[in-house]
Design a protein. Structure first.
Length: 201
């Protein structure tokens, strides 16, 4: 009888251990998905929720950044090897059902769809609460596609060149993005900087 009870106890413990391992493996899979960008790791379910991310392109694994570490309005983005600098860190904020803003920690400016000589590109601009700064983030099997609310075009990587906007095409990895959650970090307060630009002679 004692042997039978011991066997049942060991069997139950093994089952619990196995379930725990499966949960841990599942969690790790969510974090590892294309650099960490999965529904569970995004975790921005309610309006106002935000977190910081390292955003990578599925085609080459390079990180999205503000080109040339620029602080100016109108600067574009490009892709480069991750070096843990502020210009490669992004704050994603839920601003309504399915809508998000993308703020760069190095500049404090927001990604906005912009018509440049008939071609739409994402540029950085001070916060203005316009629809041009709102993005639809849609999960795919291997990451996310990020679509401009105003023009309906997708963020598209181009090697190490400028990030552009283009119609979304299934199977195009340059239009799929991953993001790994990163630790809370400070950011350049663009509004405060602009205030002093307005008040100083």
């Amino acid at each position: 009888m004692k042997k039978r009870l011991l066997l049942l106890a060991l069997t139950g413990a093994a089952a619990i251990f196995w379930q725990g391992c499966r949960k841990n493996e599942s969690a790790k899979k969510d974090v590892a998905l294309n650099g960490g960008f999965s529904v569970k790791t995004l975790g921005l379910d309610n309006t106002g929720d935000y977190s910081n991310f390292r955003i990578t392109n599925a085609q080459n694994g390079l990180a999205a950044e503000v080109a040339s570490l620029s602080l100016v309005t109108g600067a574009t983005g490009d892709l480069a090897a991750w070096s843990n600098i502020a210009h490669q860190k992004w704050r994603i904020t839920n601003v309504g059902p399915g809508l998000y803003t993308l703020m760069n920690l190095g500049t404090g400016k927001y990604t906005q769809a912009y018509n440049y000589n008939g071609h739409y590109v994402p540029i950085q601009v001070s916060a203005n609460n316009s629809d041009a700064q709102k993005w639809i983030i849609i999960p795919t099997d291997s990451g996310y596609k990020v679509i401009s609310k105003t023009v309906g075009l997708a963020l598209t990587g181009k090697g190490t060149g400028m990030i552009t906007l283009a119609p979304f095409t299934d199977g195009n990895k340059s239009q799929i993005w991953g993001a790994m959650p990163i630790a809370p970090d400070g950011y350049r307060d663009d509004q405060v900087v602009n205030f002093f630009h307005r008040t100083l002679p």
